[in-house]
Design a protein around this ligand. Structure first.
Ligand SMILES: Cc1ncc(COP(=O)(O)O)c(C=O)c1O
Length: 405
């Protein structure tokens, strides 16, 4: 008997990524870690395949008192947490406008709040054609759909012209568009919008005939490069006109290696007091009616990290070491691929690199036969350089190149 309603969603028997990772784990149990390349995991693992956990964050967790984790947190998060999130996003930059923050369970919760409140049932949410697959699921969950613009043109450059065209197209049927951009260290390509790309984005959004709600998904920002360089785009946002409302989707999952603590936030910055007040009201309403409030322990830890300069420096310096390890892996993968005459989708930094190809599912099946596990996307293969050593990155790149050349 069927009881559950699909409600316009396509609900698979099992989650593709978790199923794939299950197969990789089973192969590891059979043949041992060294024999298997598991490039499926969306978390940072060390060269031995163990989860990286920042010891500075672990130490901060150990100082929690019972009330820190037992008590309910306020709907929007504790005051210290909200301050911490602002520091985590803006660092030393002062946008000089209204900033509001609301706690969410991970970055995923921020996407839910943006979609629920900045689009209407039946709307299309716009994003880049290469994107985290969950974007579509969250849209569908809310009775919305996902529309995409071409992320890269034929020359591998950011395609602002197509962004403009897709905005114009959606403007024919919607009076407001929610645009979600994942940068820097984009999932799945590792691309980061350059300052020149940002100039084009700003020009396009300022020229839009309809209002734009812009959600910047910065889930991987702290692994994209030097802290100040990856935030160099922030002052550019001040050039946006009043037809654009800016929000950030922040996630502590990667930045604090706190995936399981489900800690994140949605943050808005606006010169318009009314729009900021409305953001606060609606975000808190959605939070209250969905998860009510978030993990207090994680919020207390965030508060501790960002209010203690010594602890913050420890976190930063530890993370820098792992970030450099990750960057070295990404470069090793790219180099090995290029040596075989194959190019990845434009990569700058981050957890993932993607290789475009004609038959991603077929290629991934053949890779599995060689004990190499990668995720097949509609237009290519996603490789998690976050989850394997440099040597395995090279092995994986060469195997992919041999199959698609
Ligand atoms: C692009 C992107 N955004 C947001 C998230 C959300 O992360 P979380 O909810 O685990 O904090 C992820 C997680 O993988 C992601 O890849």
């Amino acid at each position: 008997m069927i009881y559950a309603k699909e409600n316009g969603r396509v609900i698979p028997e099992e989650d593709k990524v978790f199923a794939l990772s299950g197969r990789a784990k089973a192969r590891i149990a059979e043949k041992g870690k060294a024999a298997v390349v598991n490039a499926t995991v969306g978390a940072l693992l060390d060269d031995e395949g163990e989860l990286v956990v920042l010891t500075s964050v672990s130490e901060a967790i150990k100082t929690l008192k019972p009330a820190d984790y037992a008590e309910y947190a306020p709907i929007a998060g504790t005051p210290d947490f909200k301050e911490a999130v602002k520091k985590a996003i803006f660092a030393d930059y002062d946008p000089g406008c209204q900033i509001e923050a609301c706690a969410t369970p991970g970055g995923t919760g921020s996407l839910k709040i943006a979609i629920a409140n900045y689009s209407e049932p039946g709307d299309k949410i716009l994003t880049h054609d290469w994107c985290w697959a969950n974007y579509k699921n969250i849209c569908k969950e809310h009775g919305r759909d996902l529309a995409t613009f071409r992320f890269f043109d034929e020359d591998g450059k950011f395609d602002a012209d197509d962004l403009k065209q897709q905005i114009e197209e959606l403007s024919k049927s919607q009076d407001q568009i929610l645009l979600m951009l994942n940068t820097p260290a984009h999932n799945p390509t590792g691309y980061a919008l350059s300052l020149e790309d940002w100039d084009r984005v700003i020009e396009v959004l300022n020229g839009s005939a309809v209002k734009i709600a812009l959600l910047l998904d910065i889930a991987y920002i702290d692994y994209a490069g030097e802290d100040d360089e990856v935030r160099a785009f922030l002052p550019k946002l001040a050039e946006l006109k009043e037809n654009v409302f800016v929000m950030f989707g922040y996630s502590a999952s990667k930045t604090l290696t706190a995936y399981g603590m489900r800690c994140g936030a949605i943050v808005c910055m606006s010169k318009d007091k009314e729009a900021a007040a409305e953001f606060k009201k609606t975000a808190e309403y959605t939070a209250r009616s969905t998860w009510s409030n978030c993990n207090r322990a994680a919020q207390v830890v965030m508060g501790k990290v960002y209010s203690d300069p010594e602890l913050l420096e420890k976190v930063r310096s530890e993370r820098r070491t792992y970030r450099d390890m990750l960057l070295a892996r990404g470069r090793a993968f790219e180099r090995a691929l290029n040596e075989e005459g194959v190019k990845s989708v434009p990569f700058v930094a981050g957890f993932f690199v993607t290789v475009e190809c004609d038959d991603p599912a077929g290629v991934c099946a053949k890779l599995e036969d060689q004990d190499i596990f990668c995720l097949a996307l509609p237009k290519g293969i996603r490789v998690s350089v976050a989850s394997m050593s440099e040597a395995k990155c090279v092995k994986c790149a060469k195997a992919i190149a041999a199959l698609i050349k």
